[in-house]
Design a protein around this ligand. Sequence first.
Ligand SMILES: Cc1cc2nc3c(=O)[nH]c(=O)nc-3n(C[C@H](O)[C@H](O)[C@H](O)COP(=O)(O)OP(=O)(O)OC[C@H]3O[C@@H](n4cnc5c(N)ncnc54)[C@H](O)[C@@H]3O)c2cc1C
Length: 394
Amino acid sequence: MTHRVAIVGAGPSGFYAADGLLRGRPDLRIDIIDRLPTPYGLVRAGVAPDHQGTKAVVRQFDKLLDQPDLRFAGNLDIGGDLSWEELVAAYDAVIVATGMVIDRKLGIPGEDLPHVWGSWRFVAWLNGHPDFRGGPDLSAVKSVAVIGNGNVALDVARLLAKTPDEMAKSDIVPEAAAAIAAAPLTDIQVIGRRGAEHASFTNNELAEMGRLARAISVADASVLDAVAPAADPTPEKLRKAKNIETLKGFAAHRPGEKPVTVHFRFHETPKAIRAGEVDLSTGPIAADLVVTCIGYTGEAFPKADGVFAVGWARRGPSGTIPTNRADSHAVAKDVIAWLEDHDPKSGPDILPLAVDAEGWRRIDKAEVAAGTAQGRPRLKLVDRQALLDIAQGD
Ligand SMILES: Cc1cc2nc3c(=O)[nH]c(=O)nc-3n(C[C@H](O)[C@H](O)[C@H](O)COP(=O)(O)OP(=O)(O)OC[C@H]3O[C@@H](n4cnc5c(N)ncnc54)[C@H](O)[C@@H]3O)c2cc1C
């Protein structure tokens, strides 16, 4: 008899954990569970649909799904369909790889108005997450305030600013693409509380904002005096210095040079939100839609013996996809050490396999075929029942 490990969450950290386990203990039986009928977590539902190169990481995870002793169990919510206690009792170890995707709140008046969207809800909509159908009404949206200074803020601004041609090779869901294309957008304000030297944009993503077909990026004058903090470690200093150079280039642009202007505004704290505007520290700005990109929190999970967390569930919502690899491999070593001290449990297989790896492959094949017909990488199925029907071969 061999040990059985359940991994809850089929995002990058879950797959990297499976990879780490199999490197150290190829004999293990591993079940990787997700509440969605599809694997890959934020690579599918968060990473921007026009950044297909980033999404290509899933090819490594696909290979893991070919391993005979690794099962995928999709459409199974732990804490809902099956309790954490049942899972912990049935498996020799449980790895929690559930991520963190509850939008953090700004804590200011007006935040609950219908035109205020958290970035998770917004990107989940345009990425086709089945639990987040129905996006914001963009039909009269001229101005957007994007609050936050990380890459997710850039993703949101860029996806709104791009033309249908620029999105043609993406896998954005058609309803979102059509809503964005039809919006009478003229201004997108990207708002940061601190100076440009503190923004956590990566430079490739920031520089891309300077190459958009219908949008010109401009920056406020504060960027001209911004300097990367001397005390920062060298890679951070270099990243920030490059960002400041890029923003200085934006500061030389004039608003209105193209149909859409993306304004980078620093040292501005949102104080309140009302219909049509956001109050900043220096006064109100127009905003028919507000998207907050200020981070995430997660759902609770049990902290018991034999339960190990990885990825965003362990570290919080920071770090890129590759960051999860070393982290998950290290935790996999701890799991292997734990298993050495514990005899394998005997007991029945409790896992319902509504969508297994074969089912996911059917979904994948159907989506890719539908996308290919339109010259796109895939056309996502966004309805849970439709996903289940395809997975089950109906
Ligand atoms: C909008 C956005 C854009 C991003 N863009 C990039 C990018 O361009 N490049 C980059 O490198 N990184 C990017 N990241 C970061 C990257 O996505 C994360 O580092 C990574 O996805 C974290 O992996 P994870 O496995 O911890 O969590 P996740 O990817 O969130 O995976 C968690 C999985 O657990 C499942 N789950 C949760 N709870 C349960 C439960 N109770 N039962 C069963 N299943 C459950 C979820 O359905 C999900 O599939 C982005 C993040 C966001 C939010």
